[in-house]
Ligand binder design. Structure first.
Ligand SMILES: [Zn+2]
Length: 165
Protein backbone atom coordinates (compact mmCIF):
# COMPACT_ATOMS: atom_id res chain seq x y z
CA UNK A 1 0.00 0.00 0.00
CA UNK A 2 1.24 3.45 -0.91
CA UNK A 3 -0.25 6.32 1.07
CA UNK A 4 -0.12 9.61 -0.88
CA UNK A 5 0.46 11.59 2.33
CA UNK A 6 2.47 9.28 4.58
CA UNK A 7 4.70 8.15 1.71
CA UNK A 8 5.14 11.51 -0.05
CA UNK A 9 8.96 11.43 0.13
CA UNK A 10 9.08 7.87 -1.16
CA UNK A 11 6.73 8.78 -4.04
CA UNK A 12 8.92 11.76 -4.94
CA UNK A 13 11.97 9.45 -4.98
CA UNK A 14 10.14 7.03 -7.28
CA UNK A 15 8.91 9.73 -9.65
CA UNK A 16 12.37 11.29 -9.88
CA UNK A 17 13.51 7.96 -11.35
CA UNK A 18 10.83 7.84 -14.06
CA UNK A 19 11.22 9.24 -17.59
CA UNK A 20 7.85 9.69 -19.28
CA UNK A 21 7.53 9.32 -23.03
CA UNK A 22 5.93 12.45 -24.52
CA UNK A 23 3.30 10.59 -26.55
CA UNK A 24 -0.17 9.65 -25.33
CA UNK A 25 0.70 5.98 -25.77
CA UNK A 26 4.42 5.98 -24.87
CA UNK A 27 5.79 3.98 -21.97
CA UNK A 28 7.08 5.59 -18.79
CA UNK A 29 10.51 4.13 -18.06
CA UNK A 30 11.90 3.45 -14.60
CA UNK A 31 15.61 4.40 -14.53
CA UNK A 32 16.61 3.10 -11.10
CA UNK A 33 18.12 -0.31 -10.28
CA UNK A 34 17.47 -3.27 -12.61
CA UNK A 35 17.27 -6.84 -11.32
CA UNK A 36 18.59 -9.98 -13.00
CA UNK A 37 15.09 -10.54 -14.40
CA UNK A 38 15.16 -7.22 -16.28
CA UNK A 39 12.55 -5.59 -14.04
CA UNK A 40 13.14 -2.36 -12.13
CA UNK A 41 13.88 -2.54 -8.40
CA UNK A 42 12.54 -0.05 -5.89
CA UNK A 43 13.14 -0.20 -2.16
CA UNK A 44 10.65 1.06 0.38
CA UNK A 45 10.42 0.99 4.18
CA UNK A 46 7.35 -0.32 5.96
CA UNK A 47 7.26 -0.53 9.77
CA UNK A 48 11.05 -0.34 9.93
CA UNK A 49 11.60 -3.07 7.36
CA UNK A 50 13.27 -2.56 4.01
CA UNK A 51 11.23 -4.15 1.26
CA UNK A 52 12.24 -4.62 -2.37
CA UNK A 53 9.54 -4.26 -5.00
CA UNK A 54 9.50 -4.52 -8.75
CA UNK A 55 9.06 -0.99 -10.08
CA UNK A 56 5.92 -1.95 -12.03
CA UNK A 57 4.30 -3.28 -8.84
CA UNK A 58 5.08 -0.07 -7.02
CA UNK A 59 3.61 1.94 -9.91
CA UNK A 60 0.40 -0.03 -9.68
CA UNK A 61 0.17 0.41 -5.91
CA UNK A 62 0.83 4.14 -6.34
CA UNK A 63 -1.99 4.42 -8.88
CA UNK A 64 -4.42 3.10 -6.26
CA UNK A 65 -3.98 6.31 -4.25
CA UNK A 66 -3.98 4.65 -0.86
CA UNK A 67 -6.11 1.60 -1.65
CA UNK A 68 -4.04 -1.56 -1.08
CA UNK A 69 -2.89 -3.88 -3.82
CA UNK A 70 -3.96 -7.42 -2.92
CA UNK A 71 -1.24 -10.11 -2.68
CA UNK A 72 -2.85 -12.14 -5.49
CA UNK A 73 -2.88 -9.17 -7.85
CA UNK A 74 -0.05 -9.37 -10.34
CA UNK A 75 1.36 -6.33 -12.05
CA UNK A 76 1.22 -7.12 -15.76
CA UNK A 77 2.44 -5.30 -18.86
CA UNK A 78 0.33 -4.82 -21.97
CA UNK A 79 3.37 -3.22 -23.62
CA UNK A 80 5.76 -6.04 -22.70
CA UNK A 81 8.39 -3.57 -21.46
CA UNK A 82 9.58 -4.72 -18.01
CA UNK A 83 10.80 -1.23 -17.02
CA UNK A 84 7.48 0.41 -17.91
CA UNK A 85 5.69 1.96 -14.90
CA UNK A 86 2.77 3.66 -16.67
CA UNK A 87 -0.52 2.58 -15.08
CA UNK A 88 -3.14 1.85 -17.70
CA UNK A 89 -6.79 0.92 -17.88
CA UNK A 90 -8.24 -1.10 -20.74
CA UNK A 91 -8.24 0.99 -23.93
CA UNK A 92 -10.22 0.84 -27.19
CA UNK A 93 -8.89 -2.63 -27.89
CA UNK A 94 -10.19 -3.88 -24.52
CA UNK A 95 -6.61 -4.49 -23.39
CA UNK A 96 -4.54 -2.14 -21.26
CA UNK A 97 -1.50 -0.79 -23.08
CA UNK A 98 0.86 -0.61 -20.11
CA UNK A 99 0.84 -1.65 -16.42
CA UNK A 100 -2.35 -3.16 -15.04
CA UNK A 101 -3.49 -5.50 -12.29
CA UNK A 102 -4.35 -9.08 -13.13
CA UNK A 103 -4.35 -12.60 -11.81
CA UNK A 104 -1.73 -15.29 -12.34
CA UNK A 105 -4.06 -16.68 -15.01
CA UNK A 106 -4.08 -13.32 -16.83
CA UNK A 107 -0.30 -13.38 -16.57
CA UNK A 108 -0.09 -16.76 -18.32
CA UNK A 109 -2.41 -15.54 -21.07
CA UNK A 110 -0.36 -12.40 -21.54
CA UNK A 111 2.84 -14.47 -21.73
CA UNK A 112 1.22 -16.68 -24.32
CA UNK A 113 0.26 -13.69 -26.46
CA UNK A 114 3.72 -12.14 -26.29
CA UNK A 115 5.52 -15.45 -26.88
CA UNK A 116 7.09 -15.55 -23.41
CA UNK A 117 7.16 -18.65 -21.23
CA UNK A 118 5.33 -21.91 -21.77
CA UNK A 119 6.37 -22.52 -25.35
CA UNK A 120 9.23 -24.62 -26.64
CA UNK A 121 11.31 -21.60 -27.62
CA UNK A 122 11.20 -20.15 -24.12
CA UNK A 123 12.14 -23.48 -22.53
CA UNK A 124 15.10 -23.93 -24.85
CA UNK A 125 16.32 -20.38 -24.37
CA UNK A 126 15.81 -20.47 -20.60
CA UNK A 127 18.57 -18.42 -19.03
CA UNK A 128 19.50 -16.81 -22.34
CA UNK A 129 15.99 -15.37 -22.47
CA UNK A 130 16.41 -13.79 -19.04
CA UNK A 131 19.78 -12.36 -19.99
CA UNK A 132 18.31 -10.90 -23.18
CA UNK A 133 15.53 -9.26 -21.18
CA UNK A 134 18.01 -7.73 -18.74
CA UNK A 135 20.20 -6.56 -21.62
CA UNK A 136 17.20 -4.90 -23.24
CA UNK A 137 16.24 -3.16 -19.99
CA UNK A 138 19.77 -1.85 -19.46
CA UNK A 139 19.82 -0.55 -23.06
CA UNK A 140 16.46 1.11 -22.55
CA UNK A 141 17.53 2.82 -19.32
CA UNK A 142 20.62 4.12 -21.12
CA UNK A 143 18.45 5.39 -24.00
CA UNK A 144 16.45 7.68 -21.69
CA UNK A 145 19.36 8.76 -19.49
CA UNK A 146 19.25 12.31 -20.90
CA UNK A 147 15.51 12.36 -21.47
CA UNK A 148 13.29 10.60 -23.96
CA UNK A 149 14.99 10.14 -27.35
CA UNK A 150 12.53 8.30 -29.55
CA UNK A 151 15.12 6.80 -31.89
CA UNK A 152 17.33 5.54 -29.06
CA UNK A 153 14.29 4.07 -27.32
CA UNK A 154 13.23 2.19 -30.47
CA UNK A 155 16.76 0.81 -30.89
CA UNK A 156 16.85 -0.32 -27.25
CA UNK A 157 13.50 -2.08 -27.57
CA UNK A 158 14.89 -4.06 -30.51
CA UNK A 159 17.77 -5.46 -28.41
CA UNK A 160 17.62 -9.19 -27.75
CA UNK A 161 14.67 -9.95 -30.08
CA UNK A 162 12.01 -9.74 -27.37
CA UNK A 163 9.47 -11.85 -29.22
CA UNK A 164 11.80 -14.84 -28.73
CA UNK A 165 11.79 -14.65 -24.87
ZN1 LIG B 1 4.48 0.57 -21.32
Amino acid sequence: MVDPVRDADEIARFEAAVVRGPGATDCWIFTGAIGGDGYGRFWVYREGRRIMLRSNRYALALARKGEPLEPWERSLHGCDVPLCVRPSEAGDTGRPRHVYAGTQRDNMEQMGRSGRGGGRVAVRRGNAGLLARKERSVALREAVRHGWEAEAVADALAVGHPTLW
